[in-house]
Design a binder for this molecule. Structure first.
Ligand code: NAD
Length: 356
């Protein structure tokens, strides 16, 4: 059956990098991948055209699609707008409208790029870890929240860290399922020694483990996890954690790999439908110059094939093709080092298609 993909290119380098991912998907379509693309506006581009960063039509296209491929949103042009219509609102809006509660952030370091990391090559070469972050609950959404004035006139800021058992179970299941498809090791990260909400997190993960005899579950406090990520990141296979801890740890993990232009991500709902996007932003400083690295977006398309469209062999082909172009010495400016061949955005996309 034809799978519908909503394509939301967005702003800045978004359209350039999404074009390259589409090239790759269209090349696979010639080999039998049955997809139909539908384009929608989001972010600043949508605001300019319609007065809102998330038009209803975009929400409809995305809801009726099997998966969504997103570029990036934002840019200098829209920075002075009221916060309610800023491009980033479009992104937060689509995530919540589609109930995308599971954020998958792989940190993979291709051996060919081991020098790009600020860590020693032997610590990071061959790194392949997946962080599963809860995305729609926890302290970023908990009520009550706000800033109040106390009786003595002093101001007090407050937020609420709250997790229901059902919220922990559904993110836990996603993480266990992923661990099953990888090396079978899951590390649940919490702060159960001081936070009751994450004490429940730990208990719930432990209960879930009974249904996954082929996955080895371990627990780690978040402070230790931060330290271990930098000390010996290759000890991890899959990590699962709360919204805020995941926000921080996944950015830390992405920098282990040295290049923001290489990392894809996925955000999934309960049925496995997902939005796929590079972890970087719209890079307005280099937009329109054909210098952006399209590989994070191309690898996001590969994640889409693996996690939503159930085409793991096609996903393997994209990942092998990316590895091959790196072996050939092709580099965009952000990952360039001496002796390599510098290429632009579209040349990199063409090279991946040729390597497929
Ligand atoms: P950014 O990720 O856009 O850029 C940070 C740096 O990395 C810049 O120097 C940029 O040139 C470089 N870079 C990013 N992607 C690259 C790529 N594919 N190839 C080569 N170099 C790349 O982050 P920023 O500068 O903090 O934000 C710029 C805009 O993007 C802001 O409006 C911000 O709100 C928005 N943003 C959007 C998203 C998203 O759409 N998911 C995420 C983060 C930031």
């Amino acid at each position: 059956m034809t799978k519908k993909i909503a394509v939301l290119a967005g702003d800045g380098i978004g359209p350039e990098i999404v074009d390259e991912a589409i090239k790759v998907l269209q090349a696979l379509a010639k080999d039998g991948l049955d997809i139909a693309l539908e384009y929608g506006l989001i972010g600043g581009a949508a605001y300019d055209e319609t007065g809102t960063p998330l038009p209803d039509e975009t929400v409809e296209i995305s809801k009726s699609a099997d998966a969504i491929l997103l570029g990036a949103v934002g840019g200098y042009k829209w920075e002075s707008l009221d916060i309610s219509v800023r491009p980033e609102k479009g992104l937060l809006g689509i995530r919540s409208q589609l109930n995308l509660f599971a954020n998958l952030r792989p940190a993979i370091l291709y051996p060919q790029l081991a020098d790009a990391s600020t860590l020693k090559p032997e610590v990071v070469a061959g790194l392949d870890l997946m962080i599963v972050r809860e995305l729609t609950g926890g302290i970023y959404f908990g009520q009550p929240r706000g800033i109040r004035t106390l009786e003595n006139g002093e101001k007090e800021g407050f937020n609420t860290l709250v997790y229901r058992e059902s919220e922990i179970q559904r993110i836990g299941k996603v993480a266990f399922d992923i661990a099953q498809k990888r090396q079978g090791r899951l590390c649940s990260v919490d702060k159960a020694n001081v936070l009751e909400s994450t004490e429940l997190w730990r208990e719930t993960m432990t209960d879930l483990a009974e249904n996954y005899s082929d996955v080895e579950l371990s627990h780690m406090y978040v402070d230790n996890a931060a330290m271990q990520l930098v000390r010996a990141p290759k000890q991890f296979d899959v990590m699962v954690t709360t919204n805020m801890f995941g926000d921080i740890l996944s950015d830390c993990a992405s920098m282990l790999t040295g290049s923001i232009g290489m990392l894809p991500s996925a955000s999934l709902d309960e049925s496995g439908k997902g939005m796929y996007e590079p972890i970087h932003g719209s890079a307005p400083d280099i937009a329109g110059q054909n210098v952006a690295n399209p590989l994070a977006t191309i690898l996001s398309a590969s994640m889409m094939l693996r996690y939503t469209l159930d085409e793991p062999a096609m996903a393997d082909r994209i990942e092998a093709a990316v590895s091959k172009v790196l072996d050939q010495g092709l580099r965009t400016a952000d990952i360039y080092s001496e002796g390599m061949t510098k290429v632009g955005t579209s040349e990199m996309g063409d090279a991946v298609v040729a390597a497929l």
